[in-house]
Design a protein around this ligand. Structure first.
Ligand code: HAM
Length: 417
């Protein structure tokens, strides 16, 4: 037997409604904010990610799925969604009318050590807003993130936010952080020793507990922000206050990708981030486009579902409506005809496809959680009524054959309202 690759998950029929609920919430909230969906290829030129995510990040250093295609080109499975969205934005001149708000639901690939909430293939609902450096843009994006998480029913997430400044204010900060790392050279891990040379900011994102503890006393980027970055950050925070978005300012939050400037944020459930994002004003120019300030977020769907279930959120499983059971073989054609009529009225309906006995058909209808069962036997074939059985309370109702579709669609409508 061949098993699924390590670190991947099958979405099985019994769980697909949870995914559907998350995706429906994503589409609905995106519509409220006038964000339009985009879809980009699952593989791109590896250079796109090397140039945007940064060569001192774990993603680029350790986790990319890179391969040579049959034409000798170096390609990569997308490890994150922002770079592909930006490539499409530049390639299709989408900057002609700004602002532009986009969103996507897509799979991503990172060669990670699989554990709960960390997979080699995961899915994200992401949003990328192009075109404004104003703090309102950050606030608008974070409000959309908050509304999406609220729509799913979350009440106990923590929004952590920080500003990591611009390349100018980071020069001074990097020097101070490098000095700190030098002083603690013997206490930090091998990766952080390397990071202190190449890009000291990356050390703050280290997952090793002893490094994490030590960095609580490291210099904070917020103490090194230039006037413009400080004002921007203050305006973002007061905008969040005005929109009643609760947050915790976390001077150690840097995020694991190099492209961020100014605002970075994460929504956490316990210690696991269910969403992360921020501002990336330099990426467009860096990839050959016109300077275009942007903000965005990505939210891991597997982590969202796991966190939702742990916090007691129940996703509603949609139930099929009518099962039409055949009491005898002679009734099977009429069962199919009735099912067809019901479907024309947008009522979900099914009849037996396996040659099952009546008892086995009822067992199936019960297991599938059908709301109603109509049984067709000798008397229904010759008469002009059907008996509709309500599977929840066992009650029955006799309905004229001519009225059956309207009656059932009326019942469905009433149960929705
Ligand atoms: P990220 O923090 O790497 O950011 O990923 C965003 C979210 O995806 C995380 O908060 C987490 O919920 C989920 N996630 C990441 N890696 C895994 C994994 N291996 N297994 C399961 N879930 C995972 C980005 O990807 C940025 N592109 C977000 C962004 C968009 N920033 C600006 N625009």
């Amino acid at each position: 037997m061949i098993n699924a690759p390590k670190g991947t998950n099958d979405m099985l029929p019994a769980d697909s409604y949870k995914w559907r609920a998350v995706e429906d919430a994503a589409h609905a909230v995106a519509k409220l904010y006038n964000a339009k969906q985009i879809r980009t290829p699952v593989f791109e030129s590896a250079d796109l990610y090397l140039r945007s995510i940064g060569d001192s990040t774990d993603i680029v250093n350790k986790e990319m799925y890179i391969f040579e295609d049959k034409g000798g080109r170096r390609m990569a499975l997308r490890p994150e969604g922002t770079a592909g969205a930006m490539r499409a934005f530049i390639e299709h001149n989408l900057g002609e009318s700004l602002p532009l708000k986009t969103y996507y639901i897509e799979s991503l690939y990172r060669y990670e050590q699989p554990q709960a909430g960390r997979y080699r293939e995961h899915f994200q609902f992401g949003a990328e807003f192009f075109g404004s450096s104003r703090p309102e843009f950050d606030v608008e994006l974070i409000c959309m993130a908050r509304d999406f998480l609220n729509k799913l029913g979350f009440k106990d997430l923590t929004l952590k936010i920080n500003s990591i400044g611009c390349p100018e204010c980071r020069k001074q900060y990097n020097a101070a952080l490098r000095e700190f790392l030098k002083q603690h050279h013997n206490e930090i891990c091998g990766d952080c020793k390397r990071r202190s040379e190449v890009n000291p900011l990356r050390a703050l994102d280290c997952k090793i507990p002893s490094c994490k503890e030590l960095y609580k006393s490291a210099p904070k980027i917020s103490d090194y922000l230039c006037d413009e970055c400080r004002t921007h950050n203050e305006s973002v925070l007061s905008g969040l206050d005005a929109n009643n978005v609760k947050y915790v300012f976390d001077g150690n939050l840097v995020r694991g990708l190099d492209y961020y400037t100014r605002t970075v944020f994460e929504f956490e459930y316990g210690s696991l981030a269910v969403m992360g994002g921020g501002r990336y004003d330099g990426m467009c120019e860096q990839l050959g486009g016109k300077p275009t300030p942007c903000v965005g977020f990505g939210s891991g769907i597997e982590r969202l579902i796991a966190a939702a279930e742990k916090s007691g959120i129940e996703f509603e499983m949609p139930r099929p409506t009518v099962f039409v059971a055949a009491q005898c073989d002679a009734a099977r054609t009429e069962c199919r005809v009735l099912v067809g009529e019901l479907r024309k009225k947008s009522v979900s309906a099914e009849c037996d496809l396996m040659g099952k006995s009546l008892k086995a058909q009822f067992k199936y209808a019960d297991k599938q959680k059908f709301k109603y069962v109509i049984t067709i036997g000798e008397s229904e074939l010759t008469g002009d009524t059907y008996i509709v059985k309500n599977m929840d309370d066992g009650s029955t109702e006799t309905v004229l054959k001519n009225d059956i579709s309207d009656k059932i669609s009326g019942l469905v409508l009433r149960s929705i309202l």
